[in-house]
Design a protein around this ligand. Structure first.
Ligand code: SF4
Length: 334
C-alpha cells in the first residue's frame, strides 16, 4: 500500500515549465533532509547501542521517519510508547521531540538509565514555558494536538499552557488576564499559518507577547523557504518524508500554497506513481528534517529512469549547525 498523501488540490493553471517542448528537469531544494537535532538524536541511539549493546529502549519514535525507525529496530532498538514498558534498570533514550517532567520522574522511579536526545531547540521552548509560567503568564502554545513535542512542552507547565491548534481554534481561547499572555509554538509548524494564528490571537488579545526568539526552528524555516523558491516553477513537488512527520507534511502544504500544481509525500521511491509524471516537465524534490539523504537519492534515481536526469539545485541557505551529543555519550563521538 502506498503511503503517499495525495495532497494535489487541483490547481488548474499551467506552470511556465509545463510547455510540452521544454526539457524535463528536477529542481532539488537545498537545504533539505536531516537537521542538526535529528542528526544528533539518531547518532545518540547509535552511540548508545555501541556503548551499552542491544537492546536499547527508545521512548516513542526517535525521529518521525519510517526508514530510520525500521533500520534502528533491526539493530536492536526496542521502541516503546511509555517508560513503564521498559524493564527496570535498562537504558532508555528520549526522542528528539522532548518529554514532560512527568516522564523523567516515571523513568527515575523505575531506575532507568536515561539518555535524553531532546533537540536543544525543543529544550529552549521548554525553558520559555517554565519561565513564563513562573511569571504567571497564560501561555498559548500553538501546535498540533497529540503531537509528542506539544505534550512535552505543555507538560512543563500544565496549569499555564493552553494549546491553540491553528487559526480556527483562537475563538475558544480564554485567559485570566489579557495583559499577561504570551504565545509559544511547536518547532515544526508552517511559518505562514502560525503567523495567521498569531494575528488572530492578537486581534483578541492586543497585549499578546511574542516569544523571546523564534520557536519555529531554523531547519523548519529553511526547508519551507527553499520549497517556496522552487514551487512556482514546478508541475509536481515530491516531498520525501513520513506521514507523522509534522515538518514533512507542512512542506507539501507550503509547496501547494506557493504554486506547485501538485505535491505528494512519499516515504520511499517505490511509492512514486508513474501516473504523476505524465505531462510533467519540472519536478521539485525536497525532504523533511528527519529524512536520510539515501531516500532522496532513491527518488532521484527513479526519476532519472523516467527521463528526469537533469538535476538543478535551488539553494536558499547553507546550514552548518551541529549539536553536541548528550553528555554521557560525548566521549563516544570523539
Ligand atoms: S526540526 Fe528543528 S526542532 Fe526539530 S529536531 Fe530538527 S532542529 Fe530540532
Amino acid at each position: 500500500m502506498s503511503s503517499a498523501i495525495p495532497l494535489n488540490v487541483g490547481i488548474t493553471r499551467s506552470a511556465v515549465s509545463g510547455a510540452a517542448d521544454s526539457p524535463k528537469r528536477v529542481l532539488l531544494a537545498e537545504p533539505r533532509g536531516y537537521c542538526a537535532g535529528v542528526d544528533r538524536a539518531v547518532e545518540t541511539v547509535e552511540k548508545a547501542l555501541e556503548k551499552h549493546g542491544a537492546p536499547i529502549y527508545v521512548r516513542k519514535e526517535i525521529v518521525h521517519n519510517r526508514h530510520v525507525v525500521e533500520t534502528l529496530r533491526e539493530r536492536g532498538v526496542i521502541f516503546v510508547d511509555e517508560t513503564d514498558e521498559v524493564p527496570e534498570g535498562s537504558v532508555v533514550v528520549f526522542s528528539a521531540h522532548g518529554v514532560s517532567p512527568m516522564v523523567h520522574s516515571s523513568a527515575a522511579e523505575r531506575s532507568l538509565h536515561t539518555i535524553d536526545a531532546t533537540c536543544p531547540l525543543v529544550t529552549k521552548v521548554h525553558q520559555e514555558a517554565k519561565r513564563f509560567a513562573r511569571d504567571d503568564f497564560d501561555i498559548l502554545l500553538i501546535g498540533h494536538e497529540g503531537h509528542e513535542e506539544v505534550e512535552g512542552t505543555a507538560g512543563e507547565a500544565p496549569d499555564h499552557v493552553q494549546l491553540v491548534d491553528g487559526p480556527d481554534a483562537v475563538d475558544n481561547v480564554t485567559v485570566r488576564d489579557e495583559n499577561k499572555v504570551i504565545w509559544l509554538s511547536q518547532t515544526t509548524l508552517s511559518v505562514d499559518e502560525t503567523m495567521e494564528t498569531v494575528q488572530r490571537l492578537r486581534e483578541r488579545f492586543p497585549s499578546l507577547q511574542d516569544p523571546p526568539s523564534d520557536d519555529i526552528c531554523y531547519a523548519t524555516q529553511n526547508r519551507q523557504t527553499a520549497v517556496k523558491a522552487m514551487a512556482p516553477e514546478c508541475d509536481l513537488v515530491i516531498v520525501v518524508g513520513s506521514r507523522n512527520s509534522s515538518n514533512s507534511v507542512r512542506l507539501v502544504e507550503v509547496a501547494l500554497g506557493a504554486g506547485a500544481r501538485a505535491a505528494y509525500l512519499v516515504d520511499y521511491a517505490r511509492e512514486v506513481d508513474p501516473a504523476w509524471l505524465e505531462g510533467v516537465r519540472t519536478i521539485g524534490i525536497t525532504s523533511g528534517a528527519s529524512v536520510p539523504e539515501i531516500l532522496v537519492e532513491g527518488v532521484l534515481e527513479l526519476l532519472a529512469d523516467h527521463g528526469f536526469g537533469d538535476v538543478q539545485p535551488v539553494t536558499t541557505a547553507n546550514e552548518t549547525l551541529v549539536f553536541a551529543l548528550p553528555r554521557e555519550l560525548r566521549a563516544a563521538r570523539a
